[in-house]
Design a protein around this ligand. Structure first.
Ligand code: ZN
Length: 76
């Protein structure tokens, strides 16, 4: 073993390894350059994205690894 701690899903009670990053902010309390990051496993990425989208928070979902080279996937 000796592996680094894996990224864990942000969904309450979920201990799955995250494969997605959800970058979001609340325009009411966060300035434009303030970005929050949630991590999500394959099962919960849709749940968490819709949780934020329902509140009209700007967000994007990127792969947890190599996100700096991944194409942006803005949510319409
Ligand atoms: Zn999960």
């Amino acid at each position: 073993m000796g592996e680094p701690e894996p990224l864990t899903c942000s969904r309450a009670g979920c201990r799955e390894t995250a494969s997605w990053r959800i970058e979001w902010r609340n325009p009411r309390i966060h300035s434009a350059d303030r970005v929050k990051v949630w991590l999500a496993c394959d099962e919960h990425v849709d749940y968490l994205r819709e949780f934020l989208a329902a509140r009209d928070f700007p967000l994007r979902v990127v792969p947890a690894e190599g996100s700096e080279v991944a194409a942006e996937r803005p949510i319409a």
